[in-house]
Ligand binder design. Structure first.
Ligand code: NAG
Ligand code: NAG
Ligand code: NAG
Ligand code: NAG
Ligand code: NAG
Ligand code: NAG
Ligand code: NAG
Ligand code: NAG
Ligand code: NAG
Length: 248
């Protein structure tokens, strides 16, 4: 009896240990400073990196690497500068990182201005049969101008945003894109007050366009136009018919 309980306990401990070696649970929100009630930065999004790389057979493959519980390692960042806040996400191994740099402009608007980091390529499940001359650490960077909004607002975009202008030094590797989806960010929060929730959201154009409230409006307008056209055609025909009848 005791040995049964003991072995169940051992089994549970082992499975927890095994699952914890493979990535860390993804945080719901990337908040800074970590473990503080007074936040200066908050964000959440789904992320996928699409990388084209050279294989040993001379062909290329596109690897699609999502940020999930398997690939996530850690996040960090700082609000050390009053007009520049940074979020860094570590994934795959601790050598692969992506940093998002947000800036506050003179009009009190915030935006994502730079994305940079490093990718470590090795012959793993993520880069199977990769060529020897691309193995190792590669830095990448890109200047952006995305998610512009007032500092006192948050920004929401559920539609996929493709960051596809990232430069990497090795021409046998191409970062096709870093895709951000289901995004909500507030990069410059007033940290004098305890954070409760994201501020009023500015919604990106694609979300407004996609939002279902547009569909009935568009359908309604189309129907109205159709009814008017049919009515006009009918009236014109009837008049012609009458005129024709009278002239006979
Ligand atoms: C992220 O933050 C929002 C706003 O405070 C909250 O509603 C949500 O539950 C958080 N997500 C997780 C997984 O903690
Ligand atoms: C391309 O890379 C993915 C990993 O993202 C892998 O699953 C797939 O098998 C690879 N395809 C080829 C042809 O190497
Ligand atoms: C990560 O794991 C947690 C806890 O098991 C789960 O709630 C969450 O949905 C998972 N996230 C992803 C992206 O798989
Ligand atoms: C990765 O780095 C973070 C922060 O630097 C650290 O907390 C974590 O233990 C590291 N993980 C591994 C697997 O090295
Ligand atoms: C920007 O916002 C801060 C804090 O909300 C305020 O003190 C400052 O006057 C604003 N500056 C401008 C140019 O609107
Ligand atoms: C890697 O190459 C080996 C030998 O050429 C092949 O058998 C295997 O299917 C390849 N793996 C992938 C994922 O392409
Ligand atoms: C980003 O902008 C800086 C300064 O304007 C410039 O030096 C740098 O080359 C740019 N980087 C890329 C990848 O375009
Ligand atoms: C945010 O600030 C702008 C001016 O900088 C103002 O017009 C707007 O009403 C403010 N929004 C909120 C939610 O306070
Ligand atoms: C890219 O691959 C080709 C063919 O394997 C090789 O000759 C070339 O040196 C590689 N370029 C770099 C920058 O590694």
């Amino acid at each position: 009896m005791v040995s049964a309980i003991y072995s169940i306990f051992l089994l549970i401990t082992c499975s927890i240990l095994i699952s914890s070696t493979n990535g860390v649970i993804l945080p719901g929100n990337y908040t800074l400073p970590k473990f503080s009630p007074n936040l200066c930065f908050a964000a959440r999004f789904d992320l996928v990196i699409n990388i084209e790389y050279l294989k040993i057979d001379g062909k290329t493959n596109i690897s699609r690497i999502p940020l999930n519980n398997q690939t996530f390692q850690y996040y960090d960042g700082d609000c050390l500068s009053s007009n520049r806040h940074r979020l860094t996400i570590g994934m795959l191994d601790n050598l692969t990182t992506i940093t998002f740099q947000f800036k506050l402009n003179e009009k009190n608007q915030t935006s994502l201005t730079e994305v940079f980091g490093a990718i470590t390529i090795k012959n793993t499940d993520y880069f199977p049969n990769c060529s020897d001359n691309i193995k190792g650490l590669h830095a990448f960077m890109g200047n952006e101008s995305l998610f512009l909004t007032d500092r006192n607002n948050s920004y929401r975009c559920n539609t996929k945003t493709k960051i596809d202008n990232l430069k990497i030094m090795n021409n046998n590797i191409t970062i096709k894109s870093i895709d951000l989806e289901n995004l909500r960010i507030q990069p410059f929060i007033n940290d004098k007050i305890i954070w409760n929730d994201y501020a009023t959201e500015k919604v990106c154009t694609m979300d407004i366009f996609k939002s279902s409230t547009w569909i009935p409006i568009v359908v309604g307008i189309c129907l109205a136009v159709l009814v008017i056209v049919i009515l006009v055609v009918y009236l014109v025909r009837r008049r012609r018919y009458r005129n024709g009848y009278q002239s006979v």
